[in-house]
Design a protein around this ligand. Structure first.
Ligand SMILES: [Zn+2]
Ligand SMILES: [Zn+2]
Length: 684
């Protein structure tokens, strides 16, 4: 969901603009009693603006602040404080380098954009202009209808005008006016869309914002930065078509996208990363390297794994299965659909129904596709009576699940409608769980290292003191579970961030995030404790005391979605997979057709040795053959000419290093086999 903060009627569902207009006052006192959140307090003669009050409380914070929270509500620094029956008014600055700060900064920059467009193209009609915080591509947009259609060539001109306005250090000013006045203002400006918006969303009084000294005026809730001088690092990125209110029957507009950061260095770094990310985009590389496709005519969000992508997936899965066996897991397979009843017991229908595909009926029995594998593994556990001697039970499955994601949220391999999770569920006694968690953490660490993610971030999400969520499980159970997870990390000397209040409602969890080759963070696997499902399914084991007990259940995935992990890998490696994963490991390239028989012989010997080999027997120049293999990012090329036949040798080229010398086929095979066995990242 796009963040539409600051856009009237979108910001706070159910809260009208009138509710937002609050002034704290009482007439019988002249001193304002203010207090910095978690800090000093002061009595100041009122009325006083938040900015001035902040200056008295914390000079540094006042200098940096972009806006503030007053008793929890976000306001401009120019917001006027009056006395409030002597009760302290709590003030909290909205600072740079925070999510809220970025929101205010980007939203204010969107207004600056609108001001520049109005300045350059008088008569422009404005749509909406929110900040975007979670879209990796953009930081804000503004929808406009200009007297003539804009082109990409206009963007630098508009951006320059934005800079000119920013330098003039103009003030953002808020005004509260009667609704009828606001409508009249926008009628005079011939902005029928704004008039309709105000008529629809505005209360008796509405707030409008000006950028003083510019033609900009907008119906908006704010807050904004106090002046344009705060906006020092922004860039316009692209143009797209848009409809007013996202409705294709409404007037067509143009959407100008841009982004903004707190400092020019941050903007610079982001632009660099963006450029690098475009080069590595898994959708582009997936096409160029023929790894996978999404075919909209057969359904959005569904992945077709092509032969070359299929090989990589098979290697990923084989590696994981190998590890599962070493770690004494059982490998299981479960159905993709189950009776509705199962999803009712598990609570998925109740809590997760919107993300599930609709039921399908066979002989009057309703079935649903599985959105998660957990209940299936529970069914295996429950298939017989378990004794404490049978525990732990560890079930691992490459479990394919289906989720009814909306088309607007789908993105390449990263967000899809059908995907496979390297899912596992552990059922154990409370005494065993500490060691199980320890093994999960070790397992995760090893897997991520193998794929050469050197920077792994661990997060431990706990219940904390948050009483706003409805938590399942008793207080003591939480304490035990959180301690077990924390010890699993501490025991390995792993540094992690403890996040209060972010646990799942059914238990605490550890999340793994990795930083890829260009510094982006990706959330991958998780280890989650579950108080919920063992209760719902009434799981039991017979203890040493011959009485039934409830087992502990742990959910654990390391890749998370294999599709998504593959997408991350493609971008992390920029398509150049290490030897053990590469779909084609060796390209055999004869220099002339005369050598083709020898090339075939070399290729078949390598294949017999277990390598994935392609020989290029086309009548092309050797330079073209090498270039082609380079483009396909094949780790090794064997270049064969007359001399190689005579000496029964191969001339070896490595993808990055180029020529690494002539050797016997046995020598090459040994070197290559070692790389595969070690799952080494870099060749030779
Ligand atoms: Zn605004
Ligand atoms: Zn699960």
């Amino acid at each position: 969901m796009e963040n539409l903060r600051g856009v009237p009627g979108f910001s706070f569902p159910g809260l009208s603009i009138y509710d937002y207009r609050f002034t704290i006052y009482a007439t019988d006192m002249s001193e304002v009693n203010v207090k910095l959140k978690g800090g000093a307090g002061a009595q100041i003669p009122g009325p006083v603006t938040v900015g001035e009050a902040l200056k008295r409380l914390d000079r540094d914070a006042a200098k940096q602040a972009l806006a503030a929270r007053v008793n929890g509500r976000e306001v401009d620094l120019a917001f006027s404080l009056n006395t409030q029956n002597g009760e302290a008014i709590q003030i909290e600055p909205v600072l740079p380098e925070t999510r809220e700060g970025l929101d205010v900064l980007r939203h204010s920059t969107a207004h600056l954009l609108a001001a520049a467009v109005l300045d350059l193209f008088p008569g422009t009609k404005l749509g909406i202009g929110p900040a975007l915080l979670d879209d990796p591509r953009y930081g804000f947009f503004y929808d406009v209808i200009t007297p003539r259609a804009l082109t990409e060539a206009d963007l630098p001109i508009i951006e320059k005008r934005m800079r000119d306005i920013a330098k003039r250090n103009l003030q953002y000013r808020r005004d509260e006016i009667p609704k009828s006045d606001a409508i009249r203002i926008f009628q005079e400006r011939d902005e029928p869309l704004k008039c309709a918006l105000i008529a629809d969303k505005g209360s008796d009084t509405v707030s409008v914002y000006y950028i003083d000294g510019s033609p900009f005026i907008d119906f908006c809730l704010g807050p904004h930065v106090p002046n344009t001088n705060k906006l020092r690092a922004f860039k316009l990125l692209s143009l797209a078509g848009a409809y007013w209110m996202g409705d294709a029957t409404q007037p067509q507009m143009q959407r100008i996208y841009g982004t903004a950061f707190f400092t020019p260095a941050e903007l610079e770094a982001w632009l660099k990363q963006r450029e690098e990310a475009e080069k590595r985009d898994h959708r582009r590389l997936g096409r160029e390297l023929d790894l996978f496709s999404i075919q909209e005519q057969y359904g959005q969000g569904l992945i077709f794994w092509h032969p070359k992508g299929g090989i990589i997936r098979q290697q990923m899965e084989d590696y994981l299965r190998e590890e599962l066996i070493k770690r004494n897991y059982s490998v299981v397979y479960t159905p993709h659909i189950a009776k509705r009843e199962l999803w009712q017991i598990s609570g998925h229908e109740e809590n997760y129904g919107d993300s599930m595909f609709a039921p399908t009926t066979i002989e009057e029995v309703e079935f649903r596709l599985k959105p998660m594998n957990c209940p299936m593994h529970i069914a295996i556990y429950k298939s017989q009576q378990r004794s404490y001697r049978d525990l732990p039970q560890r079930y691992g499955e490459m479990g394919t699940v289906y989720r009814a994601e909306l088309s607007g949220t789908l993105h390449g391999l990263m967000r899809v409608r059908g995907f496979t999770v390297d899912d596992a569920h552990l059922f154990c006694t409370p005494e065993q769980v500490r060691k199980e968690i320890d093994d999960c953490v070790d397992f995760a660490y090893q897997v991520l290292k193998t794929f050469v993610f050197d920077k792994i971030k661990f997060e431990l999400s706990v219940k904390g003191n948050d009483t706003s969520k409805k938590w399942l499980g008793a207080e003591e159970e939480w304490a035990v579970a959180e301690a077990a997870l924390a010890e699993g990390l501490d025991g390995r000397g792993i540094k992690y961030e403890r996040i209060e209040g972010e646990a799942a409602f059914y238990g605490p969890k550890i999340d793994f995030k990795i930083e890829d080759a260009i510094g982006r963070l990706w959330q991958l696997g998780t280890v989650q404790w579950d108080f919920n499902l063992p209760e719902r399914f009434e799981l039991e084991y017979i203890g040493e005391d011959n009485k039934p007990h409830r087992p502990v259940m742990v959910h654990r995935a390391l890749f998370g979605s294999i599709e998504r992990f593959f997408g991350v890998l493609i971008e992390h490696y920029a398509g150049a997979f290490p030897m053990w994963l590469a779909p084609v490991q060796v390209a055999v390239l004869p220099i002339t057709d005369r050598i083709n028989d020898y090339a075939e012989q070399v290729a078949s010997e390598l294949r017999a040795g277990g390598f994935r080999v392609e020989s290029n027997l086309r009548s092309e120049k050797i330079g073209a053959k090498i270039r082609d293999a380079q483009m396909q990012k094949v780790p090794f090329m064997l270049v064969l000419g007359d001399r190689e036949i005579e000496q029964n040798q191969v001339a070896v080229r490595e993808r990055l290093k180029g020529d690494i010398g002539v050797m016997s086929l046995a020598e090459f095979s040994n070197m290559a086999r070692k790389l595969v066995a070690e799952r080494a990242l870099v060749n030779s």
